[in-house]
Design a protein around this ligand. Structure first.
Ligand code: ADP
Ligand code: MG
Length: 571
């Protein structure tokens, strides 16, 4: 519902913007949002990281009578935020578990006596009756719920305490509420509105495009070396963040960078609180530091000149990827979001999903998130377009600032390759009752001459060596892409390859449909001609013919036994 603020208050808002914060004008939809909240209405604000969400509640809190109460999960940053506001002459305080009793008592007194403009609260404070009593003793001008996506149950930052925030509305129905987040899929937005009971709120959805960020995703082979090369060639002396999945990899990667002359610091939840605080402070204050971190690092970090964000492991979701890469280039200057990912990432993520508790529905959600992330990695079209489409935003078809736009990957008809690979997986499973990970399947396809693999030749496995036309790397790329297209899946600790419901479609086609695969740009020039779609890639290599005749016969026989339509391998 639209709220109307009096002209006087709007003048006040402009004056606060200029006199207190020292800015000439509002940015984007800030003004509209400020007007809505000053007028007493609720707001749900979706604005990318660095968009300027804080002012949307800070200014109304200064203009409206009473204290603005800000709920934020960023406990580690509260002191900094409050110090910064105090420096501007804004009377702000905070309450969280890091304080002494005495510090809390002083803040509580300041609140109750109306001395504060803003009070920052850790969400768990609202579970305490004493906090609700305290709020009852003063006048509240508004409730701001920052990082509101933390209420989304299956989101990547879920905080159970956020589920209790609807109590605010029940106790203080007349106080306007503003929920803010940089996470904006339509589903998350709906969940925020529902869980916080923001039924009447106006929604303010900003443009999520970050045109100054260049998105690039490369196949991973030797991640630390690839990172070093990337840093040396493009970001020497720049500040940036390197994300890793595990604490151990954070440590190793930071040590590796330091050993190679790059100033890097580790950050993960396993480090002492003081160490983390020190590293964070150094990253914010010094120039040109590289922070190697798990995703424990970054939310709420306002460092404008982060020139790159590098991922050496696959993020769990597109939302996570967007949030993390969004920490680059908040000053609007050119920045890079660079990621190296490989098959092992998929195996690892699947394993984590299998192990996660939370039930089948939860695992399905995580699995869907992973699939979207893989689709983004393997896309042959503009990454930005795909990224923004995920957030429900239409954009031009090409951005000219992502790797797929700048050097378009060639695509080739991978149907034959897909069929060879899937047939191998089927044959190993059905005929030999054996399941293998990608490495061994590739070795069998390529007919490697290692004792372990040669056994399959002696054993007359008919698919042995039918994939000798592609290199190891090319087969890995094929497998990654089949995983991304859900034509193949991985299972278990060793990432054994297994078929999916859709695999059969590829195997079964008499008239093979195109399985369009990307050729990594740097290999385009050297790629054999027969691999481009135009050059008739559907032709079966001559040496494979007898093999597939046999395979077809076997398929027909099996299918007859099972009373099913046969898979026809090749036409
Ligand atoms: P968010 O919470 O959306 O990530 P912040 O509120 O931390 O973003 O703001 C990001 C940066 O933008 C801050 O340095 C802030 O001072 C600056 N900023 C916000 N609004 C304006 C404005 N209207 N004019 C200039 N700078 C602004
Ligand atoms: Mg913020």
């Amino acid at each position: 519902m639209r709220a109307v603020a009096s002209p006087d208050l709007l003048t006040d808002a402009h004056q606060v913007l200029q006199r207190v914060f020292g800015y000439d004008s509002f940015r984007g939809s800030q003004q509209e949002i400020v007007e809505q909240v000053i007028g007493g209405g609720d707001a749900l604000v979706l604005m990318p990281t660095g968009g300027g969400k804080s002012l949307c509640y800070q200014i109304p809190a200064l203009v409206r009578p009473g204290v603005g109460v800000v709920v934020s999960p960023l406990i580690a940053l509260m002191q900094d935020q409050v110090d910064a506001l105090n420096e501007l002459g804004v009377k702000a305080g905070f309450l969280n578990s890091t304080q002494t009793y005495e510090q809390r008592r002083r803040t509580e007194q300041a609140f109750a006596s109306g001395e504060l403009d803003l009070l920052y609260l850790a969400p768990e404070r609202l579970n305490l009756d004493s906090t609700l009593e305290l709020l009852g003793r003063g006048e509240v001008s508004l409730f701001a719920i920052d990082e509101a996506h933390c209420v989304a149950q299956w989101g990547h930052d879920f905080r159970p305490d956020y589920l209790n925030l609807s109590v605010l509305h029940e106790r203080w129905p007349e106080v306007p509420r503003i929920a803010l987040t940089a996470t904006a899929t339509p589903a998350t937005r709906q969940e925020i509105a529902t869980r916080l009971e923001l039924t009447e709120a106006r929604h303010f959805v900003s443009d999520f495009d970050r045109p100054n960020i260049q998105y690039r995703i490369v196949p991973k082979n030797d991640p630390r070396k690839q990172l070093l090369q990337f840093l040396r060639s493009e970001h020497a002396g720049d500040a940036g963040i390197v994300y890793r999945l595990s604490r151990a990899e954070v440590e190793r990667t930071a040590e590796f960078l330091v050993a190679n002359g790059i100033e890097a610091l580790p950050y993960h939840a396993g480090l002492d609180k003081e160490v983390r605080a020190r590293h964070q402070a150094r990253f914010l204050r010094e120039e040109g530091l590289v922070m190697v971190a798990t995703i424990a690092f970054g939310m709420g970090i306002d460092k404008p000149d982060v020139r790159f964000v590098a991922h050496l492991d696959l993020p769990k979701s597109v939302e996570g990827y967007y949030q993390e890469t969004g920490r680059a280039g908040r000053d609007g200057l050119p920045s890079t979001a660079w990621m190296a990912y490989g098959l092992q990432d998929v195996v690892q993520q699947r394993k984590l999903i299998d192990l996660s508790d939370g039930g089948e529905a939860h695992r399905r959600t995580l699995s869907r998130h992973l699939d979207s992330m893989l689709a983004l990695c393997e896309t042959v079209s503009c990454r930005r377009t795909q990224l923004l489409a995920y957030f429900g935003q239409d954009t031009p078809v090409t951005c000219q600032n992502c790797d797929t736009c700048l050097s378009p990957p060639e695509s080739w008809d991978g149907t034959v390759a897909a069929q060879k690979l899937l047939s191998t997986v089927v044959r190993l499973d059905r005929e030999r009752n054996q399941r293998f990970g990608a490495g061994q399947v590739i070795d069998i396809l390529r007919g490697k001459k290692t004792p372990k693999i040669e056994q399959f030749r002696h054993d007359s496995l008919s698919v042995f060596g039918v994939g000798a036309d592609l290199s190891d790397n090319e087969w890995r790329s094929v497998i990654r892409q089949l995983l991304a297209q859900r034509l193949l899946s991985v299972e278990g600790d060793y990432g054994t390859l297994v078929l999916t419901e859709s695999s059969g479609e590829v195997l079964r086609r008499e008239d093979p449909r195109q399985v369009l695969l990307r050729t990594e740009p740097k290999r385009v020039a050297s790629a054999p001609k027969a691999k481009t779609a135009k050059a008739g890639a559907q032709e079966m290599p001559a040496e494979a013919e007898p093999v597939f005749q046999k395979l077809r016969a076997w398929r027909l026989a099996t299918a007859r036994e099972e009373g099913k339509a046969p898979f026809i391998i090749f036409h």
